[in-house]
Design a protein around this ligand. Structure first.
Ligand code: ADP
Ligand code: MG
Ligand code: MG
Length: 870
């Protein structure tokens, strides 16, 4: 059995492909060595050895230690010095390195192999006492804190005391004598803390450090991290032993970290920082401020040029942007690590497109390098990450981006303040449909209750508006207009900032930056379109939404909700009149007032969509959602209509339902009040005809909601066709329109073969479909779904990602049965899931024609659609 893999002198036993066995770091070191890049010699103990170690009750597997000793000899030979040799000592670093880099794994111990004897050798060899003692005290600190778990602060405190006494701030200002004194104190500390002398035998040190690396695999933090990221527990970690090179040998030495390209902008330029006369993680530790890499170019132009060459070589080889760690020892460069670098969305896009242009990767690879969800970062204003902010609470990050504004506690205030030009944040316990106006007027929305699919969250996402929900830490006093978080009181008019990407609530005005979409973004969108089969449409209720959708490249509107058009102060009056009417005549009179509004909206939307299809859903929600609630509203309505307050109240009472979501809504309204749907069809077709007369192309698709039985659709279709024909005749034009239905009830899905004979298209309303198939009330699920997810009873909120095993199967049935009786049936999805990458992949798989999502998610959906095909 081979447990140890060597690298050095331009040749390695491992390769980049052996991440499973050698871990990321080991594989990278091997690969760099094979590429002829200067790496200090060393070897990697495999993850298999680690697994064996645990199997045998924390004992090194047979033969492993012997192999370590053999390979240590090879390193000695390669470096021309000997481990534990008091004349010419070899020192090594011991570094953990699992397949996935993960916090919680053991930190690196540098300079291992030092003791009082080898220290002398190091002094003689380098003729640099200060360097040697600096190295020694670093080693004791790392070994003591990392391998034997002494609180690192205790070492630092001792160091600080010496600095204080001397009146200096930086380690670099200390001399050999100071470090000598520190080493003595450190050894005392070690003895006091562990009850043992500091181990002087280098081999003993090495054994202990390797064990510590293996043990860290089951450290609490590592275990938690793996659980959160779904990394299996049985992979084990590798352990790398690398000959030391010294960045702390003076001003012509140093250490640095960097990226082959700029990781935040993607700019193709070596991006790094370095610190002269420093070792290991001094750069990241933040004690001294590192220098920009341009400074290295000035000081050591040759090294800089060599680094640039290495970056180029690495990129050519890995065909990706990499991060690197390097050390310079007395004017000689060594590479100590490389791996694929993390990057922002903006950088990911630029790098992907640039690399295609540089012929490093093909378009498909480029698309796969960008996570659809990542694009969100680009599509909303964000908080300037360099700003110092005060976070006072944290809720659920319901809709990303950032918003700054003054706090208001009612939708009405939001609208009024916004009209006066104020930026406001609407803060409520929860929101409801009548808050829409205020929500639209606000910069952002904060609620104390509700989950990721609460009204506020869904509407917020739909509007592309920053929204934080379910922030239980805030206590709202609506009466007196303030909210509190522990002992902080935020009054109406005070500024707060919301971070919809993290859920943070920040006191005061945090500075925002609006990312401008780079050219490369549009290139990625173009490539996505070329590759994907699924079309991407948008859910848009207003001409403004429609414009955003088109700008982001939507190929149509998949859902235009007509009821959202009524939440304007004037319109809702007419609509209420309609609802409380007792007779058909009264109702028609009220409907006649509404029709012009609807028509105007449709004209606006059709115009924006420039000939792309627009699916319009006829009235869907239960009527009582629109009813007046306050005495004032009721009185107003009574005056307007000349109907007594008592009669109106009686009417309101009569409209109450026990279970409105399964009640009198959708096509059930259309069937019992045909004049309502008739008016809507008229408005749609008149708008279409008027535009057609002006030679503007329109494709209306009229959608009947909440159909359960084919007969419902039959009746509604007859009414729609009859009305449409009438309108076209009156205008004397012919336009192509279609009639279809939503599939949002289990019965409709199961009887899709019958329904498809009456429908030209199906659109899966997966919000309601999930609700009805799962028997899960969207408005109440927040009380227990989070518990289910925390306790792994289910993996994911079915309102966020399609429950493919349950709801998804029903969709598949509907697709199959529908297409069987109507092979031209067009299929789409318009629920919230239409913007969720995992759900989009599923939609692709079951053969839908399009997905429809909120306008701001169109780019995400487009990329996800391409990924689904790849
Ligand atoms: P991490 O996983 O935290 O990046 P590393 O094992 O890469 O830990 O070690 C951290 C730093 O220690 C490296 O960036 C490098 O500067 C330094 N280092 C590690 N091994 C050596 C070595 N053999 N010689 C010099 N410096 C080293
Ligand atoms: Mg580290
Ligand atoms: Mg590192």
């Amino acid at each position: 059995k081979k447990y140890v893999y060597y690298f050095g002198d331009g040749k390695a036993e491992g390769t980049a492909q052996m991440k499973d066995l050698l871990g990321g770091k080991g594989a990278g070191l091997a690969e760099m060595t094979n590429l002829g890049i200067p790496v200090p010699s060393g070897f990697t103990i495999t993850t298999e050895a680690c697994r064996e170690y645990f199997k045998q009750g924390k004992r090194f597997p047979n033969g492993m230690w012997e192999e370590v000793l053999t390979h240590l000899k090879r390193v000695e030979k390669s470096m021309g010095c000997k481990f534990g040799d008091p004349k010419n000592p070899l020192l090594v670093s011991v570094r953990s390195g699992a397949k996935f880099s993960m916090p919680g794994m053991m930190d690196t111990v540098l300079n291992l192999g030092l003791n009082d004897d080898t220290l002398k050798g190091l002094i003689d060899k380098t003729n640099n006492e200060r360097f040697a003692y600096d190295t020694y005290r670093r080693f004791i600190t790392m070994f003591g804190s990392i391998v034997t778990d002494i609180d690192r602060k205790k070492f630092e405190d001792l160091l600080d005391k010496v600095k204080e006494k001397k009146g200096v701030k930086l380690d670099t200002e200390l001399d050999a004598k100071d470090f000598k004194a520190i080493v003595k104190k450190y050894k005392e500390l070690y003895k006091k803390e562990t009850g043992k002398e500091f181990p002087s035998d280098p081999y003993e040190q090495l054994k202990m450090a390797i064990k510590a690396v293996f043990d860290s695999w089951y450290g609490d933090r590592a275990v938690t991290y793996r659980k959160l990221h779904g990394i299996p527990d049985d992979l084990g970690t590798a352990c790398n032993i690398v000959a030391m090179v010294y960045g702390n040998m003076g001003e012509n030495s140093g250490t640095g970290v960097g990226f082959t390209r700029n990781p935040s902008t993607g700019e193709k330029r070596f991006f790094a920082e370095f610190l002269p006369n420093a070792q290991g993680e001094d750069v990241v530790a933040g004690i001294r401020t590192p220098l920009k890499i341009e400074e290295l170019k000035k000081r050591m132009p040759k090294i800089y040029a060599q680094l640039e060459k290495i970056c180029e070589k690495l990129e050519k080889h890995y065909r990706d942007m990499l991060d690197i760690e390097f050390t310079i020892q007395e004017g000689k460069l060594y590479m100590l690590q490389t791996r694929v670098g993390k990057r922002t969305a903006a950088a990911a896009i630029k790098i992907a497109v640039d690399m295609v242009n540089e012929k490093l990767i093909d378009k498909k690879t480029a698309l796969l390098r960008i996570e659809p969800e990542q694009l969100n970062q680009l599509l909303h204003p964000t908080i300037d990450s360099t700003a110092n902010v005060k976070v006072i609470a944290k809720g659920l990050p319901a809709s990303p981006g950032a918003a700054v504004g003054r706090v208001v506690f009612s939708a009405q205030d939001a609208e009024e303040w916004a009209e006066k030009g104020e930026r406001v944040i609407l803060v409520r316990n929860e929101t409801s449909p009548e808050d829409i106006g205020g929500m639209a007027a606000a910069q952002g929305i904060l609620t104390a209750r509700g989950g990721m699919t609460s009204h506020a969250a869904v509407v917020g996402r739909g509007m592309g508006k920053c929204c934080v929900v379910g922030c239980g830490a805030i206590n709202i006093n609506e009466e007196e207009k303030y909210f509190t978080v522990s002992d902080i009181k935020v009054k109406e008019g005070d500024y707060i900032t919301l971070n919809g990407t993290t859920g943070e609530v920040i006191l005061g005005e945090a500075p925002l930056v609006m990312p401008k979409l780079p050219q490369e973004f549009y290139t990625i969108m173009k490539w996505s379109e070329e590759i994907s089969r699924l079309q991407v449409r948008a859910n848009a209720d207003t001409p403004k939404d429609a414009r955003v959708a088109r700008d982001f490249g939507a190929t149509g509107i998949g859902l235009c909700r007509t009821e959202h058009m009524f939440f304007d102060a004037e319109r809702i009056k007419a609509f209420r009149e309609m609802i409380v009417s007792d007779t058909v005549e009264q109702r028609r009179k009220a409907l006649d007032k509404i029709k012009p509004y609807q028509k105007e909206d449709f004209i606006g939307i059709f115009k924006e969509m420039k000939g792309l299809p627009v699916t319009i859903r006829l009235l869907d929600p239960p009527l009582h959602e629109f009813l007046p609630k306050t005495e004032e509203e009721i009185e107003g309505l009574s005056n307007d209509m000349g109907v007594s307050v008592r009669r109106i109240k009686a009417k309101i009472k009569s409209l109450e339902e026990f279970n409105p979501m399964l009640g009198h809504r959708g096509c059930r309204l259309g069937i019992t009040y045909p004049e309502v749907y008739e008016m809507q069809v008229r408005a749609i077709m008149e708008a279409a005809c008027e535009l057609a007369k002006k030679k503007i192309k329109v494709i209306p698709e009229i959608m009947i909601p909440l159909v359960a039985h084919v007969n419902e659709l039959k009746i509604m279709k007859d009414l729609t066709v009859r009305t449409a024909e009438e309108v076209m005749k009156a205008y004397n034009v012919k336009i192509k329109y279609s009639v279809g239905t939503m599939i949002e009830l289990a019965r409709a899905a199961i009887t899709a073969d019958q329904i498809a004979q009456e429908a030209e298209f199906f659109s899966f309303g997966t919000n309601d479909l999930t609700q009805s198939v799962y028997g899960l009330s969207r408005d109440d699920a927040g009380k227990f779904l989070p518990f289910y997810i925390d306790h792994k009873i289910i993996d994911e909120d079915p309102f966020i990602s399609i429950d493919t095993e349950g709801v998804g199967q029903i969709m598949e049935i509907a697709v199959k049965r529908g297409r069987k009786t109507n092979k031209n049936l067009k299929l789409g999805i318009c629920g919230e899931h239409g913007g969720d990458p995992a759900s989009i992949e599923f939609c692709h798989k079951i053969g839908l024609n399009y997905v429809s999502c909120s306008p701001y998610r169109v780019p995400i959906a487009k990329l996800a659609a391409a990924h689904a095909k790849l």
